[in-house]
Design a protein around this ligand. Sequence first.
Ligand code: ATP
Ligand code: MG
Length: 577
Amino acid sequence: MQDSSSITGSSGAESERPSDIYPATDFIREIIKEDIRTGRFGGRVHTRFPPEPNGYLHIGHAKSIVLNYGIAQEFGGKFNLRFDDTNPSKEEVEYVESIIADVRWLGADWEDRLFFASDYFEQLYEWAVKLIKKGKAYVDDLSADEIRAYRGTLTEPGKESPYRNRSIEENLDLFERMRRGEFPDGSRVLRAKIDMASGNMNLRDPILYRIVHESHHRTGDKWCIYPMYDFAHGQCDSIEGITHSICTLEFEDHRPLYDWFLDELEIYHPRQIEFARLNLSYTLLSKRKLLRLVQEKYVDGWDDPRMPTISGIRRRGYTPEALWDFARRIGVAKNDSIVDIALLEYCIRQDLNQRAPRRMAVLRPLKLVIDNYPEDQVEYMQAINNPEDASAGTRQVPFSKVLYIEQDDFREVPPPKYFRLSPGREVRLRYAYFVRCTSVVKDPNTGEVLEVHCTYDPATRGGDAPDGRKVKATLHWVSAAHAVPAEVRLYDRLFIKEDPNQAPEGQDFLANLNPNSLEILQGCQLEPSLAQAQPGETFQFERMGYFCVDKYSQAGAPVFNRTVTLKDTWAKIEQKL
Ligand code: ATP
Ligand code: MG
């Protein structure tokens, strides 16, 4: 391992400019340019982000938001936020609120166009009636199991329901009575009459409406029939005048159905385009699985800083800029792939390197006593706030006789290539003096080093020796009398496997949880300026990484989350490519 004694402010390739790294275009932008050229939508571009409020947003959603909002911006178009709230049983107001906050935090602006699919329930119902009147939809009395059995398989055609040829009048009557609540859940559905022998299973008379006697977070008990996603989505796009309905690849097989509804209803027809969803190594991006982690308390909630949710990584100290950078670097493609999480970490390092103020913080303190330093003296050392940003200025850090240094920065018996403090050796204290270790005080029972004693050379104030002598290490420190004690939480990956879904026989992704994903350090010692740090503020603790004040941190008992370490694995990977 490399000796970490040297202090460098930066983390590598900061000379890159976004214009050099982002793909200039992609297949979606090319489609849109072509549509503008041919005047397909009158030159308009209007996208949307359509979350289902059944969980918190994750980094994969961020990719979709950046794509949809980014395209609207680039082409001078519009962007809508629309909740796909067609399923009353899994949806909650908490999710709606968190999603709004997350999309806003990412910087996507829907202006006054925040919509809910439930806003359109009446219109969707009328459209269902229209299909019935056209002889293109029917009420089916088969049970869910029977419908499944009648559907056939990929290799065998399905069978037509015995209720498929009901008269239009009977269908209209039954559908209206479904709406009025005359029938129990699951007793009837409304289906499109398309083709039970279609090679595309989605076209085998898909269900349009189900009976669900449940309250909806917005419409209350007004409805007891709810439209299926497929019947709602395209029609919502149509109502809102969306031009390009961008979704993930699993909807490719649904596109013929998307088109069928709009054609049969003879309404404005947006264009669906599919792209590959984001997969990230060591990470799960499935709301269903993330919900299990929350419900079964493997994490502290949706905003646990180990979660790949937007609220989790925000609490961890990630910035919207880093997520945009990440999303734009990975671009969009038509085939599935797995992105290395090291790239995401690289993006946040790049961003924080530019903007995070530097501070000194000792995470695992060891007392360092300067025997020849006057007992009651305090000197204020000038420290640079950010070597990447001269406008960040400097600050004064108190220095005194008793300091804390990292336990790791002292070895009684130094191993080869260890250049930090050990008996007889001289090192630099950052922004202060050279000190030489003279002795140690040990616990007589355990042999543990309790204190390191040293002498300082007053001629080296500021960190340089007038006689030109050199030291091989520079350590950070905190004055014990002035230090602010804090709790620091060190996070590691939540899963130990690159693909967390690959579990041993008979087990699931939970088997791959990293038992050491969180280490809590109590009694860390911070330089006094950090006493004023506010929740959400991020700093670089010199030599230790980037840290952010936890959102639940209390004044007087600060809690910091490690956002990311300083060690950059991605820059190395990139060099090799
Ligand atoms: P999950 O699979 O986690 O349940 P979902 O796709 O059902 O997610 P939605 O709320 O329906 O969640 O997603 C809203 C939008 O975000 C959709 O357009 C969807 O295609 C997109 N999206 C979801 N997951 C990803 C991902 N991993 N990468 C890119 N886009 C995604
Ligand atoms: Mg979905």
